[in-house]
Design a protein around this ligand. Sequence first.
Ligand SMILES: Nc1nc2c(c(=O)[nH]1)N[C@H]1C(S)=C(S)[C@@H](COP(=O)(O)O)O[C@H]1N2
Ligand SMILES: [Mo]
Length: 322
Amino acid sequence: MLIQSKPSWTIREGQETPESIYMNRRSLMKGFAGALAAGCVGGLSARVFAQEGRARLDAPRNEAYRLDRELTPEEVNLTYNNFYEFGAHKRISGNAESNLVPRPWTVEIDGLVNTPMTLDVDELIAKVGGLEERLYRLRCVEAWSMTVPWIGFPVSALVNLADPLSGAKYLRMETFNDADMANGIRSQPWYPWPYVEGMSMAEANNELAFMVVGAYGKQVSNSMGAPIRLHLPWKYGFKSIKSIVRFTFTEERPVSFWEEISDGREYGFWANVNPEVPHPRWSQATETVLHTQERVPTLLYNGYGEQVADLYSGMEGELLFR
Ligand SMILES: Nc1nc2c(c(=O)[nH]1)N[C@H]1C(S)=C(S)[C@@H](COP(=O)(O)O)O[C@H]1N2
Ligand SMILES: [Mo]
């Protein structure tokens, strides 16, 4: 399924990524080395232990979704995040763990559907049927990548539950908008809160589109978007919206958070990964694998072209790759 890449990459860091990200990555790696040397009693490990309150989630692994790379260690995924509601930097996990309250959590399903509903996230999880684990890549637009053992259910199960009307062309999703829970909402009033994302109905019904409620055998952490977030592995990470409170089926294409901020110039609606289409300010040809610092080639559709390329046939005129 994924194209096997040979491990012949040279390590070149920081050249295409913004300086702040490079600096954060360096201090992260220094933090790990230090924690190991000191027998693991740094602030980083303390935060990881704080996560142990999350419930275990046992879900069978779906072997159709495998990786040709090793998994990113859990501590890295828990503590290196993009979640602007908690700040415009990578080290938001302490803030998110202390202040995001992921349960009880109400989710609304509305818009062009036969069955609008307001329900608790655990009720939603019960209604869609079984959970499964899938190993997926995550490629951030900032040219770093991770791999994650996500637990969740196909977005198509939510579509079936909502039973959309024929006029529904897009699924719009919205993150919570509570400045008491996330102080970045108040301190960064220039952003168009709440965080909004969207996908076409064809994308929502693609087998790869995944609603995430867990990772690493547990409920998903606050920092990674508890209690429910999206993962679209063939798109840049910003499409995979966290801590969703609302799913709206619409005829009109929604304008997503980063699309609105950049007026479509830097971040578009489709945002499919393509190594040959640079971001206006850096190349997308390669990516840094976060925990090893290896610089590896980026693959078209992040390696998932076989499953998704057909979604875009006939759409060549659109800005598909940023
Ligand atoms: N609500 C919300 N969702 C979000 C973001 C955000 O800032 N707010 N950041 C996005 C970006 S840019 C990326 S790369 C992924 C990061 O997910 P992770 O922190 O679990 O790796 O979340 C995406 N979802
Ligand atoms: Mo990202």
